[in-house]
Design a protein around this ligand. Structure first.
Ligand code: SF4
Ligand code: SF4
Length: 168
């Protein structure tokens, strides 16, 4: 893909997602199923960890995460650089919808807020909806921002990059 084919969306402030205090105060995630969430509530649930943008291998029916990442991920902010048109530009980029959350074998990390809620578990204390801060996922060490990672453009053999992090 040529650089001209995509737009780097670098003026987005992740904290802006948490400005609507009224919605957050309802603690909607404790009262609704995933099916009942509005689009806005659904978007708010994402903790911004970036771990769904790691490349994975399926080996003997099991998903193995690697520490290699999609070339469009900004590994500092853990944001997609082409978010609004990612599904058109990247063939294997997946929209995170209910089908994706429930797919077996599971390919979203075990800390993913959608996975947790679908399993009837609470959001962790570091989730931005609990702290009110988009940065809390990074500060708690649950995002990709402080991990040793390799851009997929530099990878020759993904099998050499399988990782077994506790939070995957
Ligand atoms: S793994 Fe889940 S919570 Fe983390 S960025 Fe992806 S969709 Fe959001
Ligand atoms: S294109 Fe998809 S997989 Fe790549 S960084 Fe963006 S959201 Fe993640």
């Amino acid at each position: 893909m040529d650089k001209e084919d995509y737009i780097i969306e670098d003026d987005y402030d992740p904290q802006s997602r948490f400005e609507d205090k009224d919605i957050i105060a309802t603690r909607f995630w404790e009262k609704k199923t995933l099916e009942q969430l509005t689009k806005k509530e659904w978007e708010l649930l994402c903790d911004g960890c970036g771990k769904c943008c790691l490349n994975k291998l399926e080996i003997k029916g099991k998903v193995c995460f690697t520490n290699t990442y999609c070339r469009f991920l900004d590994t500092k902010s853990c944001l997609c650089k082409i978010y609004s048109h990612r599904l058109q530009k990247v063939n294997d980029c997946r929209d995170i919808d209910i089908q994706a959350v429930r797919e077996k074998p599971r390919w979203l990390p075990k800390t993913c807020a959608y996975v947790l809620l679908d399993e009837g578990l609470p959001l962790p204390s570091w989730h931005p909806l609990i702290t009110g801060l988009a940065s809390s996922v990074h500060n708690a060490g649950f995002s990709l921002s402080s991990r040793e990672l390799i851009n997929e453009t530099e990878v020759e053999d993904y099998e050499n990059h399988i990782v077994k992090w506790e939070d995957l």
